[in-house]
Ligand binder design. Sequence first.
Ligand code: SF4
Ligand code: FES
Length: 296
Amino acid sequence: MSTQQQEPEPQEPESQESPEDPEMKGAESPQNQRLKEKEQGLAQEETVDESDLEGETVHIKVFRYDPEVEGKQEPRFDDFYVPFEKGMTVLDAVMYARDEYDSSLTFRHSCRQAVCGSDAFFVNGKQQLGCKTQISDLEQPIRIEPLPHQEVVKDLVVDMDHFYDQMHAVEPYFQQEDLPDGDLEEQRQSRENREKVKMSTRCIWCAACMSSCNIAAGDNDYLGPAAINKAYRFAMDEREDEEIKEHRLRIVEQEHGVWRCQTQFSCTEVCPKDIPLTEHIQELKREAVKKNLKFW
Ligand code: SF4
Ligand code: FES
C-alpha cells in the first residue's frame, strides 16, 4: 500500500460570472435584455404582412417648410401616395415622392444601409433612420418629420452644427503620448478591453439620441448622449494615458455633462446602432466619482 498521500482530484472551478463583463461570460447583460425587449416590441408592432401591401399604395404625410420661398414659410404636411414594393423603407418612399411628384422635397441620405447616419427622421413619433425603417412595420398614414429639438433648415433637413459642436467638445480622437518604439510597432489592445468599448465605437453621428433627449431639449449646453458616449469610447480605452483620461473626465463631469442625465433611457431606446448609451453615461459618472474620491 502506498504511503503517499493521494493528491486531491483537480476540481472544475466554479463558474463565476463577472458582473463587469457579462457579455464575455455569456450571461444576459442588461443591454441584451433591453435589445430582446426591443425586438419583441417591434415584432408586436408589425401589424401588416408585406404580402398584404403588394399592389397597394402607401400614404405618407411629409413635413414641409422652406423659409426662402414665399408661400412655403408656414410649416405644413404634404400627402403623397407611393406604390408599395417589397422591402420598401421610409427612405425609399420619400425618394419616390421626390423623384415622381415633387423634386423640391428635401432630405439628406447617402449610404442607404444604416452606416452614414444622414437620414434620421421623426417617423410616426419616433426617431428612426429612414433607410432602416420598413414601411410594412408602420401604421398609415406614415408621418415623416425632421428630428425634433433641432432647427429645421428645409423640409426634413435639420441644422446639425450644434450636434457636431457637442461631439467635438469631448475631443473625439486618441491623444496618447506614450507610443510604442518603432514606426511599425502596433499599439495593442486586449480582447477584453476591445469588448468593453466595442458598442461605443458604433456611433454613426445621426443625432437621433440627442433629438430624443428631454434634457438636451431643455439645456442647449448639455453635451448629450452621443458626445458622452464618444468620450466613453476613448476614456475607457486602455491605450490612452491616465492623464488624458482624467482630462476627458473633467470635460464630461462639468455642469452640462454626465450629471444632467436623468437615466430616462430615451436615447438608448432610439439609437439605431443599439449602443447602451445610458449605461455608458452611468459608468462615466462612476469614474468621475472615483477620480474625485480622496483618502486621507
Ligand atoms: S449614439 Fe446612436 S443615436 Fe446617437 S448619434 Fe450615435 S448612432 Fe445616432
Ligand atoms: S442613408 Fe445612410 S444611414 Fe440611412
